[in-house]
Design a protein. Structure first.
Length: 314
């Protein structure tokens, strides 16, 4: 992958003011008929879709990729500015992006394609914004799934204590030092080696697009807001609850694309989702890891395109 290829895909980067925060986004094939929003995973950015946007743009899809707040070139607010960062906040960002950026030009339903954290955000949007979402392609879902709800006494005091403990812990936890060490000691490359089954795909551009946002002065404060937000989010923001809500209507076709060599989120979790929710389609990709869209883009693009093409929605 050449640097010029990355620049060509994202040289039309734009900025959108969302609730006073600067959000960076890009689009390929903006005049095309059907809108797709590509949502990146934790630690990544819109540029992680470097091998996917052109494919869909050439097939009449307006291919949008956006840096979720806290990532990439978007603003990185801390707890003082935003309070917390979780999949509800990111979902609201996506919903407003559809309303304010896409809707003035296109009225059709929107396709959401997400990797890891982006997949969880897409799932959240499908539940709260289902009339606007044509389908979700999630690769994979980074959350625990429970079949039958455990009977646990509702102890509000315990929840309050837990949330306060999480807040205090992450406020005093030296994330600034940890993040500095991660970026300087080659930990990012180690993480990518764990995420990618095919190591040859870990090129300098990939390392750069993950490392640069983490080196920004505001990165640690934003990471703190994420740790607090994701650790203390309510049950209604967790995948088990979201899938149950989506199952009630089955209005949003849902495809899971899972690598059988995913070391971060094992395949058995994908099989568990498909077993509990039979309307969810699971596609397994052999010899691929956590980021199939970048590790095996031709396979991922082909699977996703076939799924979208065969939908009755369009």
């Amino acid at each position: 992958m050449s640097t010029n290829h990355i620049k060509n895909n994202f040289n039309n980067s734009k900025y959108w003011n969302w609730n006073g925060f600067k959000i960076c986004w890009s689009v390929k094939g903006e005049d095309n008929e059907i809108p797709i929003i590509f949502l990146h995973g934790f630690g990544a950015s819109r540029k992680h879709w470097r091998n996917n946007l052109d494919y869909f743009a050439k097939r009449n899809y307006a291919s949008y990729s956006m840096d979720l707040i806290g990532f990439g070139d978007s603003d990185q607010p801390g707890i003082r500015e935003i309070g917390r960062l979780d999949n509800e906040i990111w979902c609201n960002q996506v919903k407003d992006f559809i309303a304010q950026v896409i809707r003035p030009k296109k009225s059709g339903k929107v396709i959401l394609i997400g990797n890891s954290l982006g997949a969880l955000v897409a799932l959240t949007c499908a539940v709260s914004y289902e009339e606007q979402i044509a389908t979700v392609i999630a690769s994979p879902i980074p959350d625990q799934i429970q079949g039958k709800k455990k009977k646990i006494a509702n102890n509000q005091l315990l929840k309050i204590f837990k949330d306060r403990f999480i807040n205090i812990f992450f406020i005093f936890f030296p994330l600034e030092i940890i993040l500095f060490l991660i970026t300087k000691l080659g930990v990012i490359r180690l993480g990518l080696n764990a995420a990618y089954y095919k190591k040859d795909n870990i090129d300098s551009e990939l390392i750069d697009l993950v490392t640069k946002p983490a080196l920004r002065k505001t990165a640690a404060r934003s990471l703190r807001a994420m740790c607090i937000g994701m650790s203390s989010r309510s049950e209604k923001l967790q995948a088990s609850y979201l899938f149950k809500k989506l199952s009630a209507s089955k209005k949003v076709p849902f495809l899971l694309v899972w690598g059988d060599k995913d070391n971060f989120i094992p395949l058995f979790l994908g099989k568990k989702i498909a077993n509990f929710h039979r309307w969810v389609k699971l596609k397994i990709v052999s010899n691929s890891g956590h980021c199939i869209h970048d590790e095996d883009p031709s396979i991922f693009n082909r699977i996703s395109y076939k799924w979208i093409r065969d939908l009755k929605t369009f």
